[in-house]
Design a protein around this ligand. Structure first.
Ligand SMILES: CC(C)(COP(=O)(O)OP(=O)(O)OC[C@H]1O[C@@H](n2cnc3c(N)ncnc32)[C@H](O)[C@@H]1OP(=O)(O)O)[C@@H](O)C(=O)NCCC(=O)NCCS
Length: 146
């Protein structure tokens, strides 16, 4: 078990390293420039390091009162199963506390992870994706009427 350090500051982040973390986790291909934009526009951030190495991350896009959206939570495979993922979610939820709703969507198969952390399934969640066919194919979206 490593001796992990936890941070929230964007000026400590190497976005090439963050992009690599998401590819390895895996959570997809997220180019460094896009990550700089989305993390820069997020109200709350969480980074976990093992020494100098970034091993976990997540962020919250929030309006300060009503709605907070947790995104981009991932842990390096070498460090998964040690409580880092749940630690990131707990910290982000604490930072976003006070918002009327804290929402997220799980990668298909990861729903139980969030259920254990207190998240309930949203019955009426709907979304417009820029690539809906891919999202339907991966199980994220459904065209089925409820
Ligand atoms: C999902 C993820 C963030 C979890 O991080 P982690 O550090 O491994 O999680 P933790 O060690 O805190 O695990 C907490 C609990 O959740 C469980 N869990 C972890 N990943 C899970 C998953 N995908 N589905 C269901 N349960 C999961 C663990 O078994 C553990 O249970 P336990 O307390 O009974 O042992 C990590 O596996 C990851 O980065 N996966 C790839 C990217 C991804 O799927 N991100 C989430 C997108 S929605």
């Amino acid at each position: 078990m490593g001796d992990y350090s936890w941070g929230q500051r964007i000026d400590t982040v190497d976005f090439d390293e963050l992009s690599l973390l998401y590819r390895i986790a895996p959570l997809g291909n997220k180019p460094p420039g896009e990550l700089a934009t989305v993390f820069g526009n997020s109200m709350f951030l969480c980074f976990v390091r093992d020494g100098e190495t970034l091993v976990g991350a997540g962020r919250v896009l929030a309006d300060g009162v009503d709605c907070a959206y947790i995104a981009d939570v991932a842990v390096h495979p070498d460090h998964q199963g040690r409580g880092l993922g749940s630690g990131i979610i707990r910290r982000l939820v604490d930072l976003a506390r006070g918002h009327k709703k804290i929402i997220l969507y799980a990668k298909p198969g990861a729903e139980a992870f969030y259920g254990e952390l207190g998240f309930l399934r949203m019955n009426t969640a709907m979304a417009i994706w820029n690539d809906p066919d891919r999202a339907v194919g991966s199980g994220l979206l459904s065209r089925e009427p409820r």
